[in-house]
Ligand binder design. Structure first.
Ligand code: FPP
Length: 246
């Protein structure tokens, strides 16, 4: 592991974003550059996710969200999808122990109706066992797409209008936020994308309206505490105006 570059004193001087979201990109390319199959990148990347739970929580991040599988990722080969889902199953089970040790609450977002019963059971167990933990909230997006989430939210609101519970005039931005999978969670302050690409790829489209974006060339399997602090350091230099003037 790379030597810690940042002193505790320096880290303590930084403003820690409340909610950090990450597009964990570059697993496949990282593995291929080492002459390994793409799935090796996902295996190492999953271990990095586990490490990050502890690292983010120790830095004082209150909400940490990772994009594990998008609604578009089903287009990958059957073999790659299958490895990814066995990794989710394995690591979500391990997270039950890790979340208890670190007082972390875990939430899974995305359309869970397409996930198999075993994985849904593992998700239920993890969410239930960690729901009263009062430390960091760790959000994992599986079969998640921002457009899909907004569409599902609109359908829920439309049926409330249809049943006469609310009128169209009563629909507000807050109501839409509350009907998303992330209802009740604050919007991300900082969105990190690893792996050198600079796009949002259907992640948290509604929620990232005012997030600060940070891109780095480091591929996800090489991402570590130093890389996370570098992103937070850049976030500290940004001037957030939320459309206003200072
Ligand atoms: C993008 O890299 C990564 C993914 C589509 C999968 C991310 C999933 C993990 C890191 C495992 C997460 C595990 C848990 C427990 C949540 P890519 O394969 O698209 O990289 P490439 O751009 O190099 O092809």
């Amino acid at each position: 592991m790379e030597k810690e570059k940042f002193t505790d004193e320096y880290v303590a001087s930084l403003t820690i974003p409340e909610h950090v979201a990450v597009i964990m990109d570059g697993n496949g390319r990282w593995a291929q550059a080492k002459g390994e199959p793409r799935t090796y990148g996902h295996i190492v990347g999953s271990d990095v996710v586990e490490d990050m739970v502890e690292i983010a929580s120790n830095l004082g991040i209150k909400y940490f969200t990772v994009y594990a599988f998008s609604t578009e990722n089903w287009k990958r080969s059957e073999g790659e999808v299958s490895v990814l889902f066995s990794l989710f199953s394995e690591h979500l089970k391990k997270l039950q122990v890790k979340s208890a040790e670190n007082n972390v609450r875990c939430i899974i977002i995305g359309d869970k109706s397409r996930l198999d019963d075993d994985l849904n059971k593992t998700i239920d167990e993890l969410e239930t066992s960690s729901k009263n933990n009062t430390g960091m909230t760790f959000v994992i997006a599986i079969n998640y797409g921002g457009r899909d989430e907004i569409t599902r939210s609109v359908k829920k609101i439309a049926s409330e209008v249809q049943s006469g519970k609310i009128s169209p005039d009563e629909i507000t931005e807050d109501m839409i936020s509350d009907h998303l999978d992330t209802g009740g969670l604050p919007d991300p302050d900082l969105l990190i994308r690893t792996g050198g690409e600079q796009r949002i790829s259907n992640f948290l489209l509604w929620q990232c309206a005012y997030s600060e974006f940070y891109y780095c060339d480091t591929c996800w399997p090489d991402f570590d505490r130093n890389e996370l602090i570098k992103a937070i350091e850049k976030f500290n230099k940004r001037d957030r105006r939320f459309g206003g003037v200072k």
